[in-house]
Write a protein that binds this ligand. Structure first.
Ligand code: ATP
Length: 423
């Protein structure tokens, strides 16, 4: 999602952890600086309690030839502030880098061996640029809130530790498997079976209900930010095209990641949030947003899992609103009237300025080709289509106050009799 949003996060009331001193382990590069700064979460020994090694310890370590845990040579970050690393190198004396698992706006995520807990972990190395530094501290604060209130089997990724390494915030997470988007892509954008959609949908709503109970709004829910817990997958034949094989997660257990844009509830949120395809109408119209924007994003994700493809494939506000009208019916007048000065140009008196305002004939055709929600669901789903349509209609209410809450959606008949994880 756009970084500009992050710089505007109104987190004034959140106690941000202060910037810590450089990691003590790095003393071989800068022996005069060195206070260890990790803060463990979840009962593992605190790095902070270890303290900086004295000169004596430092030289003894070297005398003992502990080259195995030595620091790699200092290098410049790349032009975008990303940490430069080599596979097999150490990241502090505790972690050894195995592979790169992903990359996002904030930094890179590396698969590392944790010598202390003797397990693989995923470490997000945040870009060494101040605005990302500050945003990472907010993400850590949120992750610690979540960790305080959920068991390790919870539905949001667990933070294990964090520290500052060579001016990069590093956040250590439990290691999870591929994202739902990875599965969709590898399957050539073929739909998931409805029972799997139901199981994933239920967990996502539970995780969002949990966040909302803590007054947290994720704001960037999308298939890329939902990871399956297990690495294992099964090959099954596509229910629609039995000659095609599909790769599906062996267990349906999923967890939500990426709390870099998560914010506390406040009445005056009106900056742009969410990745485009999953963005709620009140965000586009500048009407202010809150918890319901997460429910809208989940509605988009459920449709995408059922159909295989993102629902609103657009990069432009007017086209996006036109697509919403095509799939869900007209935008209520009272919302059009309240649209902010950036959005009022999308309307002509009391209707959307469409197709007159379209940027091209292709855009008009793309919108025209879209199916109504009912038809779209019925095209892809055989069983439970009626319940799913009804649930989605509640999650896609234009008026945020009328939209189902996550708790209400969980009570919907679509989820009845299916309240256990598929294994
Ligand atoms: N705990 C984890 N286990 C396994 N892989 C992970 C984990 N956390 C993140 N990843 C991988 O790293 C990628 C980037 O992570 P993340 O979304 O947290 O970074 P980001 O920079 O905040 O991204 P964005 O640009 O979406 O804000 C994910 O899409 C995923 O592939």
């Amino acid at each position: 999602m756009e970084l500009e949003c992050l710089t505007e996060l109104p987190h004034a009331h959140v106690d941000r952890p202060r910037k810590r001193a450089r990691l003590g382990w790095d003393v071989s590069i800068a022996p005069t600086i060195g206070v260890l700064c990790g803060q463990e979460v979840g009962g593992v020994t605190s790095l902070a309690s270890v303290g900086a090694p004295s000169d004596h310890t430092y030289y003894t370590m070297h005398a003992k030839g502990v080259a195995r845990i030595a620091s790699p040579p200092w290098r410049e970050d790349d032009k975008d502030g990303h940490y430069m690393f080599g596979l097999g190198e150490n990241l502090t004396s505790r972690y050894k880098i195995y592979s790169k698992m992903g990359e996002g706006t904030f930094g890179q995520v590396l698969e590392c061996w944790d010598r202390e807990s003797k397990e693989m972990v995923a470490i997000k190395i945040v870009r060494g640029i101040k605005k990302y530094w500050d945003a990472a501290l907010i993400e850590i604060d949120v992750l610690q809130q979540l960790a305080k209130h959920q068991a390790s089997s919870g539905l949001c990724v667990q933070i294990r530790n964090w520290f500052d390494y060579r001016n990069h915030i590093c956040i250590v997470f439990e290691k999870l498997g591929p994202s739902l988007y990875d599965f969709l892509r590898k399957n050539g954008y073929r739909p998931f079976p409805i029972d799997l959609v139901r199981e994933i949908g239920r967990q996502l709503l539970e995780s969002v209900a949990f966040m909302h109970d803590l007054r947290l709004i994720h704001t960037d829910l999308k298939p890329e930010n939902i990871l399956v817990v297990s690495q294992e997958h099964v090959n099954v034949s596509d229910h629609k095209f039995p000659s095609h094989n599909m790769r599906l997660p062996k267990s349906s257990a999923v967890k939500v990641i990426d709390f870099g844009s998560t914010t506390y509830d406040s009445r005056d949120h009106n900056y742009i949030v969410s990745t485009r395809h999953y963005r709620a109408p009140e965000v586009i119209l500048g009407l202010g947003w809150s918890y319901p924007c997460d429910v809208w994003s989940l509605g988009c994700i459920l449709v995408e899992l059922c159909s295989g493809e993102a629902l609103f494939q657009t990069h432009e506000n007017l086209e996006h609103l036109a697509m919403m009208e095509r799939v869900l019916g007209p935008i209520p007048r009272h919302m059009m009237k309240r649209a902010d000065r950036h959005a009022e140009k999308y309307f002509r008196r009391t209707r959307l300025n469409w197709p007159e305002g379209a940027s091209s004939r292709e855009s008009i055709n793309a919108v025209h080709k879209m199916l109504r929600l009912q038809n779209l669901v019925m095209k892809h789903v055989d069983r439970s289509a009626g319940d799913l349509i009804d649930l989605l209609q509640g999650m896609f209410k234009y008026e945020p106050a009328e939209r189902l809450t996550a708790h209400e959606a969980l009570r919907h008949p679509f989820f009845r009799n299916n309240n256990r994880r598929m294994e």
